[in-house]
Write a protein that binds this ligand. Structure first.
Ligand code: 4AD
Ligand code: MG
Length: 473
């Protein structure tokens, strides 16, 4: 079996032992006697340097090696302490190529869109099939992978059951119009809609089903795509995004939810702070060194992670307090100052967490009329037991609430909002069969990557982003 480049580091063969490796060319430097080819295979966020004696390989082949080509190399691992070592501080792993030891696997046509200099983010964004070949996007995808793994680890440790609610549904959890309907059609082509006799949708949130699963399994969670037909062309909205949702039985207070979310984020931050390999892998990808992360971006990412790690307690304010803070501020908001009852716009959210607190902040107890039907109403009868977590640079990344557990109250709210009660009968039934106080939340995973990765645009943290009007590849 041909080793991956990471194996050379984790399980190094003895020096001078013959070996073969494969990878994509990242950079070539040709000198009079010797050429250097940097290759990567994705297993490392570093390249490995191939040292070639120009006289020992086909000169044409060498000449045609360009960034993006895939090659196979035969040679031996060089002892970095040997007298003639080619290793420098950065290239700490070199493979000295044997005679005729370079073979081309796949060449690169002249119109290859990536090049060996810094490319603009907008340009890279226009190349969904290739963007992860740049160091910046590769490092964001590594961060995504690391946090995905750590979230599973966290929920396993917390003794939650991971479950899989459906993504095709007949209910509209959030009650908004931003929902993709699976059209009922008489068209002869086989369409999804033919399978269901009821109106169905791509889920905007699995919460309602998760609540059903929680009644019996206790604490449950899921991690899956959600779909929203949002018209906003912004840096924080996707039409298909990944949401982590959790639901907990027998909790009564929104502060139990905020404490839990805080613990979850701190756990993630700690794993990165304490694991230097993780940190290195995800902060900077040296492959594709033409478009690596900027120092500024790396510093902001580390600052965000360190902030969450070191903060004693995330601040918590009520919506009513937040409105007062915004009313008293001297900030010149584009959309003006919100009044009690108005939804917070992105600029208001950012002002609160960036200018007022300079940290993540929980805003709790929003007005009832701003939130969906299922939230438990507070004793003031005006606000609901809910929270949003706002973070610097992004705004809202989590939304959650205590759910109304009482059948009559929930039914009355469904009627008041003129929702189709028949579609929600199964959900209401949960309140007749051993109902218990419960609550949960949804974390926008792509927004979390934006926050911890200090990425300015949500489209950079997900492969093949789906946004309004754009579904490339
Ligand atoms: O605040 P939201 O709408 O809450 C719910 O859907 C609840 N039912 C979740 C629950 O309690 N189980 O969405 C939750 C989070 C938001 O805070 C945001 O981070 C993310 O999902 N989100 C989006 N992320 C990217 N693109 C979009 N269009 C998003 N819409 C929501
Ligand atoms: Mg929300």
């Amino acid at each position: 079996l041909i080793p991956r480049l990471s194996d050379l580091i984790s399980n190094p063969p003895s020096f001078n032992q013959s070996l073969r490796v494969r990878g994509w060319v990242n950079k070539t430097r040709k000198h009079k006697k010797t050429s250097f080819i940097n290759i990567s295979d994705g297993s490392l966020s570093l390249w490995v340097q191939i040292v070639v004696d120009n006289d020992l390989v086909d000169p044409d082949l060498l000449k045609n090696l360009k960034i993006g080509c895939s090659i196979e190399v035969e040679g031996y691992l060089e002892d970095p302490n040997s007298e003639n070592s080619f290793n420098s501080k950065i290239e700490n792993t070199s493979i000295v190529c044997s005679k005729n030891g370079v073979g081309l696997i796949g060449s690169v046509d002249n119109d290859y869109p990536l090049a060996n200099f810094r490319l603009l983010n907008d340009y890279i964004r226009s190349l969904p099939t290739l963007k992860h070949r740049t160091g910046r996007v590769a490092s964001l995808f590594r961060l995504r992978s690391a946090l995905d793994y750590r979230l599973h680890e966290f929920f396993q440790k917390e003794n939650f059951i991971k479950t899989n609610p459906p993504l095709i549904t007949t209910s509209n959890c959030e009650g908004g119009s931003e929902i993709f309907q699976i059209e009922k059609t008489l068209d002869a082509k086989p369409k999804l809609s033919h399978f269901f006799k009821d109106d169905s949708y791509l889920t905007v949130s699995t919460q309602l089903h998760l609540e059903a699963l929680s009644m019996g399994l206790g604490n449950v969670w899921t991690f899956s795509p959600s779909f929203r037909a949002e018209e906003s062309d912004t840096r924080r909205h996707l039409s298909e995004f990944w949401m982590l949702e959790a639901e907990m039985a027998f909790i009564t207070d929104v502060r139990q939810l905020t404490d839990f979310c805080e613990k979850m984020l701190k756990y993630l931050a700690r794993t990165i702070v304490e694991n230097k390999t993780d940190q290195f892998m995800i902060l900077d990808d040296l492959f594709g060194d033409h478009s690596r992360r900027t120092d500024e971006e790396k510093e902001s990412a580390l600052a965000a992670i360190n902030k969450v790690h070191s903060l004693e307690k995330f601040p918590v304010v009520t919506y009513t307090q937040a409105i007062k803070i915004l009313e008293n501020s001297s900030e010149d908001f584009k959309f003006g100052k919100p009044q009690w009852g108005d939804d917070l716009k992105s600029e208001h959210e950012k002002y609160l967490c960036e200018k007022v607190y300079d940290s993540p902040v929980f805003v709790i107890n929003y007005p009832k009329k701003l939130k969906p039907f299922y939230m438990s109403v507070n004793s003031d009868n005006n606000t609901v037991a809910c929270f949003d977590l706002l973070v610097p640079g992004v705004g809202e990344i989590i939304g959650g609430s205590i759910r109304e557990e009482n059948y009559d109250l929930l039914k009355a709210e469904i009627t008041r909002r003129k929702m189709k009660a028949k579609d929600l009968e199964w959900y209401l039934d949960l309140r007749r069969f051993g109902s218990v106080p419960h609550g949960g939340f949804g974390l926008g995973f792509d927004r979390l990557i934006r926050y911890f990765g200090a990425a300015g645009n949500i489209r950079d943290v997900i492969p093949f982003p789906r946004v309004q009007g754009k579904c490339p590849a």
